[in-house]
Design a protein around this ligand. Sequence first.
Ligand SMILES: CNc1nc2cc3c(=O)[nH]c(N)nc3c(CCO)c2[nH]1
Ligand SMILES: [Zn+2]
Length: 368
Amino acid sequence: MIKVEGYSGKARATTITTEHGEIKTPIFMPVGTRASVKCMWQEDLYEMNAQIILGNTYHLYLRPGHELIEKVGGGLHGFMNWDKPILTDSGGFQVFSLSDINKITEEGVTFSSHIDGSKHLISPEKSMEIQKGLGSDIVMAFDECPKLPATKDTLRESMELTLRWAKRCIDYKLRDYQKLFGIVQGGLHKDLRTECMQRLEEMDFPGLALGGLSVGEKNEEMVDFLNDFVHTMPDQKPRYLMGVGKPLDILNGIRAGIDMFDCVLPTRNARNGQFLTHDGPLNIKNLRFREDTLPADPSCDCKVCKTYSRSYIRHLYTTGEFLAGNLITYHNLYFMIKMTQDARQAILDDRFDDYYKEFYNRYTSRKW
Ligand SMILES: CNc1nc2cc3c(=O)[nH]c(N)nc3c(CCO)c2[nH]1
Ligand SMILES: [Zn+2]
């Protein structure tokens, strides 16, 4: 499942093997919630060396349904014609963030579809059934992600439920056991997190994710927690920080020892005109770019930055041309993937700290 190739401080480089190929970490995973990374062709993703993408249990269960995906495509890979690894989240988090009518019971989560109001239950077993139908390479356990701020008692109660649900996931006969990641909860309390991780370890999940973060806590609280906790996680298991993040959050996560990341911001903010550049985020709507002949990021060698000017992309964006979203999304994903590739090389050369400082100083230079 995983080969650790080197450390640079607490940062590490690994190779994770899945049914659909290897993943070289640190890695940023583009989010393709409804079997599409918005504005991207699968060919674009191959071209930019995206190694693994995310799909989502909740969304795909509601539309078009995992049975259809299995029937038509033999699973998500065939359905969307993507032959590299896919990780699917287990659905609980999305129920809480998308369906305002939901109830949590020991059985699972009952909710009304945000699409047509129909009533549904997703239980640990149902989540496993859906992800099995999707044929994911990495399946996430069904968990509860508590809203922050929360008392320690509430966090413990939620963590206990997540652990009972995790056991039910492990006991579900997945086709290939070697693909299920447990999710550590416990808020920002190191003792809760350590207990949760130890009890998940007793169930021997092949990989572990850190859930319950990037949900409203202060950024420095998350970073402090990561620096204090991640290096205590099992060395020979993949470490996935869910829902993170912006470029600097990811570099902080890598520095703490995280291998895998996912975040919707590079694609979502792209559709709102935000370019990620080595000199910090740039919003193309800004009047200052009206006649700017430079590429969005002069230090980027992606096909967008080699072909189009800021002025042209600003024109596309301000006139509502669809091409704007395609171009900015392509660049942002390329930027995130290239950043993790550069970080991986810096780790293998044992110079990650220098890489981090250089990236951080330039990215926060506030050029615009
Ligand atoms: C954007 N922040 C974020 N925090 C998360 C936290 C969780 C979590 O605790 N559990 C699960 N299953 N998924 C999560 C996800 C969706 C994946 O990106 C999160 N996303
Ligand atoms: Zn570019």
